[in-house]
Design a protein around this ligand. Structure first.
Ligand SMILES: [Ca+2]
Ligand SMILES: [Ca+2]
Length: 200
């Protein structure tokens, strides 16, 4: 025992989270209690995170995608998610502004974290996304985006890039805001795909 994770969030983290999310002090206190109950060590490991994804997608293979998402949320790169990283993740994926979501998407696609995205990185994430789309849904995808390679090609062309070019964060965000097709193609949204399928 002897550790201090007895229930209160540190003041610095609390102030930081109040400033960067929409959550109130009361809400954060409740989140923190829940977090500690689920995760008594106060830290979420990659393995735990993969298990959470596996429980959501029992018949798919979400491991690669889960690992990329974990990396993008682990902003201090210490191999675990602490409460602050967890809350920022929750905020971004649920109620964050579009620009914040796209900043996060950029970090997801910037696999090596060097500040630019190349075509191989697009392909790597798209491959991980495809492992989460079931075969029936894959069959309903348009001909020019029904494999990871084709889809990565399409995204890259939409950005107006040649094979060995690189994308900066600004280009990524602007391009995605200006082209709804890019937004659709970079996301993992099985529900929307289903909706599209029904319309046809
Ligand atoms: Ca961390
Ligand atoms: Ca990169």
């Amino acid at each position: 025992m002897g550790n201090t994770k007895s229930g209160a969030i540190s003041k610095d983290i609390l102030e930081d989270l109040k400033m960067n999310t929409k959550y109130s002090e009361e809400e954060l206190a409740v989140w923190y209690q829940t977090f500690l109950k689920e995760c008594p060590s106060g830290l979420i490991s990659m393995e735990q995170f993969e298990k959470i994804y596996a429980s959501f997608f029992p018949d798919r293979d979400p491991k690669a995608y889960a690992q990329h998402v974990f990396r993008s949320f682990d902003t201090n790169s210490d191999g675990t998610l602490d409460f602050k990283e967890y809350i920022i993740a929750l905020h971004l994926t649920s109620s964050g502004k579009m620009s914040q979501k796209l900043e996060w998407a950029f970090s997801l696609y910037d696999v090596d974290g060097n500040g630019t995205i190349n075509k191989e990185e697009i392909l790597e994430i798209v491959k991980a996304i495809f492992k989460m789309i079931n075969e029936d849904e894959q069959k309903t995808l348009p001909e020019d985006e029904n494999t990871p390679e084709k889809r990565a090609d399409k995204i890259w062309e939409y950005f107006g890039k040649k094979k060995n070019d690189k994308l900066s964060e600004g280009e990524f965000i602007q391009g995605t805001l200006e082209n709804r097709d890019i937004l659709r193609l970079i996301q993992f949204e099985p529900q929307k795909m289903k909706g599209k399928q029904q319309k046809q």
